[in-house]
Design a protein around this ligand. Structure first.
Ligand code: G4P
Length: 521
């Protein structure tokens, strides 16, 4: 067998994934416990301590801290059992689904957390759809087994029916809530006992017979009998584990556990590291690019200004797709067709970051961005090679007129608006007649974040007047349009003409009046 090259060895050591969930299912808690088990952080402050001022390591934006929700996606790299892990945290709140969507373009697998009492919730469904459209492998962690929840079979049925994916329980819970005794690992035939004092209390069994005498007294006889029945039922009537189907996102391995007490996480990570794919290649306009291709390539999936208020800098997050990134290398940007020197790469660990000299496929590199990059840019080590294509933008659904309260702050206002628009945090339009600024967002909470960021990062207090308008359409030619007054003709950031309509009815009315005008969303 051919010895893997150094590049292949580096690729095989990496796992790049995102954690998705409906808010409150336990994403922050799970992330933090994984970081804790890896040794990357020394104290896993529980989410409760957010309220006492000690925040989860992955939540670093002021507003997230105040509200206890995840708004921006952060990136964390660390080592876990010799694997280089890149976790891309995603905002759980639906108003930030565009940011999440872009982040999901940069991962090779996803961990989906489900609250055992709630089953599949609305936001999980939406995020799941994005993953399944891309065929991303999904690992399910059913959380909060220490609380009374729904029947495990019910939960599996929910996953299969609501999400339309086959499930394979990797472990099976013994009781739940007050009678939660642990889980039986179906792969390695081990019982892990849930013991709040001793987390790693486990029994190795010979096989699925589950008649280990050591269990007597620790687990009630009834529970052992029930477990025996369930395991034989699952073995006989359930689907078998299919690693190919897992890699294609058609089957999800399901784990039961309790993130708050770290219960089930070490075993989950062990199986995950074995089954989750290493960094995958990517489709370009010139065909599929293998990560082991020696020529460097990557793409920008996120831009974030003012990550460090002390430096007022802007960082473009690049996922390395092929070859090796080295500090100071030259790369070509497919959009501008210009070369850039990738002078300083940054690596992230929640709130802190450090310089890196090299990075490999799967890694996320933060590039200083003095305005060189846009979301969706491809960077290649060779000139004119290929492009990974644009990342899709969501059409905005909420609109508001904004201006600085203090006219003297106009310069700061425009700077802030432009930078946040380039980040993709909001879309900004200018009315053609009065040159007023109109913001467009997918979720209403984005306005609040925008307002807060303009205040804290640019020192500008805003006046926001929300508009009843509901949709925006781009027009190729804006001459001689028959447009009624509540609708606005505006220009977007790149100067293209857009009409903002008050309602779907107004849009249909416009189409009737202007049958030759083509509209795009
Ligand atoms: P999120 O990032 O997905 O939004 O969830 P997060 O980790 O913040 O967890 C949400 C709440 O659920 C937190 O409670 C957290 O302590 C709790 N939680 C997480 N994992 C478990 C678990 O395994 N078992 C139990 N019983 N609880 C868990 P909180 O801060 O008190 O918030 P709240 O309960 O007041 O909403």
């Amino acid at each position: 067998m051919k010895k893997p090259s150094q590049l292949e060895e580096e690729i095989n050591k990496r796992k790049t994934f995102a954690i998705i969930s409906h808010p409150d299912a336990g994403k922050t808690t799970l992330t933090e416990k994984i970081l804790f088990l890896s040794g990357a952080i020394r104290t896993a402050g529980t989410v409760k301590s957010r309220k006492s001022g000690k925040y989860a390591t992955s939540d670093w934006m002021e507003m997230e801290k105040q509200r206890g929700i995840s708004i921006t996606s952060s990136v964390m790299q660390f080592t876990y059992n010799d694997f280089k892990i890149n976790i891309l945290d995603t905002p759980g709140h639906q108003d930030f689904s565009e940011d999440t969507y872009r982040t999901l373009m940069a991962v090779d697998s996803v961990v989906m957390i489900i609250d055992a009492a709630k089953g599949v919730e609305a936001q999980t469904k939406k995020l799941f759809k994005v993953c399944s459209d891309r065929g991303i492998p999904i690992f399910t962690f059913i959380n909060k087994m220490d609380r009374q929840g729904r029947d495990p079979f019910d939960l599996l049925e929910d996953i299969e029916e609501v999400l339309g994916i086959q499930s394979f329980p990797m472990n099976w819970p013994i009781g739940m809530g007050n009678s939660f005794k642990g889980v039986y690992d179906r792969i390695v035939h081990k019982i892990h006992l849930y013991d709040e004092q001793r987390e790693h209390h486990s029994f190795q069994l010979e096989s699925d017979d589950l008649s280990n005498d050591d269990l007597n007294g620790l687990v009630e006889t009834e529970q052992i009998l029930e477990l025996q029945d369930t395991i034989s039922l699952l073995n006989e009537a359930g689907d078998s584990m299919n690693s190919e189907a897992i890699k294609q996102g058609k089957q999800t391995p399901v784990f039961f556990g309790s993130a708050i007490s770290t219960f089930g996480i070490p075993a989950f990570m062990e199986h995950f590291l074995e089954l989750a794919p290493e960094p995958q290649g990517r489709k370009s306009n010139e065909g599929y690019v293998e990560p082991s291709d020696n020529d460097f390539s990557g793409f920008i999936f996120k831009i974030q200004a003012n990550m460090n208020p002390a430096h007022r800098d802007r960082i473009a997050f690049m996922r390395v797709c092929s070859g090796k990134f080295t500090k100071g290398m030259e790369a070509w940007n497919d959009r501008t067709n210009k070369s850039v020197k990738l002078a300083q790469g940054q690596q992230f660990f929640a709130a802190s970051r450090g310089n890196i000299d090299e990075a490999y496929p799967g890694d996320i590199v933060g590039l200083y961005d003095p305005g060189l990059y846009q979301i969706g840019d491809t960077l290649c080590g060779q000139k004119n090679t290929y492009s990974y294509g644009k990342l899709p933008q969501f059409p905005p659904e909420h609109f508001a007129k904004v201006r600085a309260k203090n006219a003297m702050k106009q310069k700061h206002f425009y700077k802030g608006v432009t930078q946040l628009a380039e980040e993709g945090a909001v879309q900004v339009y200018k009315t053609v007649k009065m040159e007023e600024s109109i913001l467009g967002v997918v979720g209403i909470l984005q306005f609040e974040v925008f307002e807060q960021r303009l205040k804290t990062e640019y020192g500008v207090d805003l006046e926001i007047q929300s508009l009843p308008h509901t949709c925006a359409r781009w027009v190729s030619d804006d001459k001689d349009l028959k447009l009624d007054s509540p609708n606005y003709l505006v220009h977007d950031q790149s100067g293209k003409s857009v009409i903002i309509f008050e309602s779907d009815f107004a849009l249909r009315w416009f189409k009737d009046k202007n049958p030759n005008t083509e509209l795009y969303d």
